[in-house]
Design a protein around this ligand. Structure first.
Ligand code: FAD
Length: 321
């Protein structure tokens, strides 16, 4: 028996969230004695990338390299993963909570008759039942969910699990899948990025600006800092409402929810509706000239100062690194 992990990749790289899913599965296998971790990767990706999945704890990677298996053919992905799941006699499937992960997981739950728990934040309790802790209400609360089906699917919340990096290289095996043509009937053929820069929902670092930036003409310094950090740019709701920034950058309860490793908030007060979109961030840095700004209570690091002085200095210092 093995635990199967569905691997997502983009631009030739396995996504960090999938490596977190592998790390989770590795720890779960040790806890439950479910054997080793078998990762399933679909479509075109270099075998060195797949071998490296072993570092996160996979013993083996099954690779179906059919170049039609792009991330846009969700139904075909679900069929391929179901075949892998059945071929190794697994009872548990682990994957990253993401838009693709959600779409594949829902189809797999039907195909495998599996109970699905999404936004999982820690290993399940498996003595006297099977109870999984998941994050709800944009990270404000947790729910304990009991799973009673034999097959189980766990979708892991980004940044909730420590990444394992000390595993041995995985063996990569070609996996022959038998997918009906009808699974390729509908597909996402292209996704146009609204900006040429890092995508906000998936970004590992986000630099956001609020009304404290005074106007759109001052966004150059936010973009410069973001570029230096390899970050996506975001903003508060009023900033996009006024039209200083596009709506897709609006972060918060009514906008995009982000879960980066680092969130830098510049000139944002920290209203509860904004915090609802950022409270899954690993580290929050706040730059605000008002020491009483509520955002400081949620911050890991705070700089009390004028953004127009602090941000250029910070960017300069980072560039000098
Ligand atoms: P402000 O509240 O005006 O704060 C500006 C901050 O900049 C202040 O803290 C100020 O001290 C600081 N500042 C000013 N000048 C400087 C300077 N030179 N240097 C450094 N700091 C400076 N908001 C969201 O962001 N996202 C949401 O999803 C969202 N959803 C909402 C949903 C509802 C139903 C409602 C009612 C509101 C929602 N809001 C949302 C709005 C939210 O309540 C706040 O009004 C908003 O987040 C405030 O934006 P802000 O911090 O940019 O502006």
């Amino acid at each position: 028996m093995s635990i199967v992990v569905y691997i997502e990749h983009a631009e030739g790289k396995v996504k960090k969230t999938s490596l977190e899913a592998v790390s989770f599965a590795n720890a779960l296998a040790s806890q439950t004695g479910e054997g080793d971790v078998v990762a399933v990767a679909l479509g075109t990706i270099a075998s060195e990338e797949l071998t490296a999945v072993g570092k996160a704890g996979a013993a083996k990677v099954l690779h179906a390299g059919d170049d039609r298996l792009t991330a846009g053919v969700i139904q075909a992905h679900a069929s391929a993963v179901a075949q892998a799941f059945q071929s190794v006699g697994a009872k548990t499937l682990v994957l990253a909570k993401s838009s693709l992960g959600d779409a594949v997981a829902a189809r797999l739950a039907v195909k495998l008759g599996a109970g699905l728990v999404s936004n999982v934040v820690e290993l399940p309790q498996t003595s006297g039942g099977y109870t999984v802790k998941r994050s709800i209400y944009t990270g404000k609360a947790f729910a304990q969910t009991e799973v009673t089906t034999e097959n189980k699917i766990l979708a892991i919340k980004k940044n909730a699990i420590d990444l394992k990096t000390d595993g041995a290289d995985a063996t990569v095996e070609t996996f022959a899948v038998d997918i009906p043509e009808s699974d390729f009937a509908s597909k996402i053929t292209s996704t146009d990025r609204a900006t040429g820069e890092v995508l906000l929902p998936e970004a590992d670092i986000v630099v956001s600006g609020g009304r404290g930036m005074k106007g759109p003409e001052n966004w150059g310094m936010i973009e410069d800092l973001a570029k230096t950090l390899g970050a996506a740019t975001g903003c508060s709701k009023p900033v996009s409402d006024i039209g200083w920034r596009p709506h897709h950058e609006h972060v918060g309860q009514t906008g995009v929810k982000v879960a980066p490793s680092l969130y830098v908030a510049v000139g944002i007060s920290g209203a509860i509706q904004h915090l609802a979109g950022v409270n899954s961030s690993k580290c929050i840095v706040v730059i605000n000239k008002d020491p009483e700004a509520p955002f400081f209570k949620a911050a890991d690091y705070g700089i009390v100062g004028d953004a127009f002085e602090v941000v250029p200095k910070l960017t300069e210092a980072l560039k000098a690194e």
